[in-house]
Design a protein around this ligand. Structure first.
Ligand code: PGA
Length: 236
């Protein structure tokens, strides 16, 4: 299983250090074999990685360095020896208005640098309400310009209406969408959208779910560790 924690615009540099230390200790003491990825804010990036715990950037500009005020590029990421990035997250698509073209460009840039890419797709509520066919069409468009067989790719299916709302997609819907995405790619597929310690067991037990991408419920390190424990129990 793959468990990823997306802090978004939460946690400081100081609280991230404490979080990572606690998480690392927990993973070692409990022999956690799952692959764990943490996405802190850019101000808290550092060379924290261990063999099992990876750190990634939530976003970056597809450039080595240059005049892109407010952005970070490859040079700033590589300073920490990091090579994992989240691309296509719904908040970047819908709040920051990134287009599919820009997202594909970013994807291609970081693919050319051999980054591990967690690539997010997912439909807004208005599309969900139209039915399964429309959801699939919408998601297919989010794969335009994306090399779906890239060897360092992990997909995250995150329905927009389930993110940060406490509304998890129905298990049948998750199964159906994941099995359709499996027709597009052989890479692992995570589910994201209001995953927490109470529902993670049901979600990870579903066919074609290879892990989870957790936002709000990952902010508390004890809760995230509890989720790792649940995942370990399932894998037995
Ligand atoms: P959430 O966020 O767990 O708070 O719904 C998930 C995500 O945006 O990746």
């Amino acid at each position: 299983m793959i468990l990823a924690a997306n802090f978004k615009t939460n946690h400081t540099r100081a609280s991230t250090i404490n979080y990572i230390l606690q998480l690392n200790t927990f993973m070692n003491e409990n022999s956690i074999d799952d692959s764990v990825i943490v996405f802190p804010p850019s101000t808290a990036l550092d060379a924290f990685e261990s063999s099992k715990l990876q750190l990634g950037v939530q976003n970056a500009y597809p450039i080595e360095k240059g005049a892109y005020t407010g952005e970070i590029g490859l040079e700033q990421i590589e300073e920490f020896g990091l090579n994992t990035i989240l691309i296509g997250h719904s908040e970047r698509r819908h709040i920051l208005n990134e287009t599919q073209e820009e997202i594909a460009h970013k994807f291609n840039f970081f693919q050319s640098k051999n980054f591990k890419i967690i690539y997010c797709v997912g439909e807004p509520l208005s599309i969900y309400e139209k039915g399964f066919g429309d959801v699939l069409k919408y998601i297919n468009k989010q794969f335009e310009g994306i090399d779906t067989e890239y060897e360092n790719l992990i997909i995250a299916y995150e329905p927009v209406w389930a993110i940060g709302t406490g509304k998890v997609a129905k298990t049948d819907d998750i199964k159906r969408i994941h099995s359709q995405i499996k027709n597009i790619t052989t890479r692992p597929i995570l589910y994201g959208g209001s995953v927490n310690k109470n529902n993670i067991k049901d979600i990870l037990s579903l066919k074609d779910v290879d892990g989870v991408l957790v936002g709000s419920a990952s902010l508390n390190v004890n809760d995230f560790c509890e989720m790792l424990n649940i995942s370990k129990e399932i894998s037995k």
